[in-house]
Design a protein around this ligand. Sequence first.
Ligand code: HEC
Ligand code: HEC
Ligand code: HEC
Ligand code: HEC
Length: 205
Amino acid sequence: MLKRCITISVMILVVAGLSFSQSIVGSAHDFSNENWNNTSEICVVCHTPHNADNTVSDAPLWNHEVTAATFTPYSSSSLNATVGQPDGSSKLCLSCHDGTVAVDNFGGRTNGNQFVSGSEKIGTDLSDDHPVSFTYDGALASADGGLYDPATTNSGLGGTIDNDMLIGSKMQCASCHDVHNGSGVGNLLVKSNSGSNLCLTCHQK
Ligand code: HEC
Ligand code: HEC
Ligand code: HEC
Ligand code: HEC
């Protein structure tokens, strides 16, 4: 009986632990307890049900000030992709992570004073960061020679790389990260990078 109780409590702990960690609740993006957020809500810092900002195409009911910075994209002589200014959801991430827009500039507020800092600040110089905001398709994979075809290669997350990791066939910050901590893996990654598994999903090395 005692043994069974222990087994059940352990099971409850494991289940509770998993459901807690696979959620935005309590994650680095849960700002509901910050003293600068007087709504005590989680989603409101980034989303609103009404009067959303449509300036970034594909922005999901956006409620945060959008960055106006000009970025230096990644480049290299071996790169096959054409990489320009960040767009889509990457631009939304950079609307806090470039360090030019205050985290507490949401719901029309523009005088916030909370900025990302340290290693969380990606900055406006993206030349030292994995490239984002370009089309990754079979043609790029053939041109590169060291990439899997995203339309036919499994991501390990249920479907193909294109289904699960690309947004409109584009590589974005959200190809590697889940802003809502859906996987529960550290650094808000979409899957574990143990043994470089995340990298090896796309790169044939
Ligand atoms: C720190 C900013 C941030 C917070 C907080 C946040 N989101 Fe998001 N959300 C985003 C970004 C960026 C995207 C677009 C990128 C993506 O889908 O991965 C997005 C996309 C979405 C989408 C559309 C795509 C999808 O994943 O289904 C929904 C729905 C959504 N969020 C709901 C929520 C809800 C509900 C909450 C609160 C419980 C929330 N979000 C909190 C940033 C945030
Ligand atoms: C509203 C502002 C805001 C937006 C939008 C936002 N972030 Fe963040 N993010 C933050 C802050 C602030 C932190 C640091 C929280 C802390 O100090 O623990 C953070 C932390 C992180 C971390 C580190 C997580 C950890 O566990 O240490 C990652 C990775 C990250 N964000 C990625 C993203 C990506 C990718 C997007 C877009 C899909 C995004 N963020 C959108 C504000 C934002
Ligand atoms: C190719 C995959 C990939 C892409 C694309 C990517 N990241 Fe990351 N990111 C990672 C990995 C892996 C980590 C874990 C820490 C490390 O290895 O530096 C990380 C860590 C981070 C951190 C936490 C840094 C720290 O030390 O606390 C932030 C913030 C972050 N990424 C934001 C972004 C933003 C914003 C974008 C888009 C401009 C982006 N990432 C694009 C893979 C990626
Ligand atoms: C979702 C797919 C995907 C994931 C995951 C991914 N990459 Fe990439 N990566 C790409 C694509 C596509 C390119 C563009 C290649 C090109 O155009 O030649 C690229 C480019 C690069 C480049 C630059 C190549 C050059 O020629 O300059 C490096 C280095 C790289 N990735 C390393 C990594 C590492 C390390 C990880 C894991 C932390 C990672 N990638 C995860 C798809 C991915």
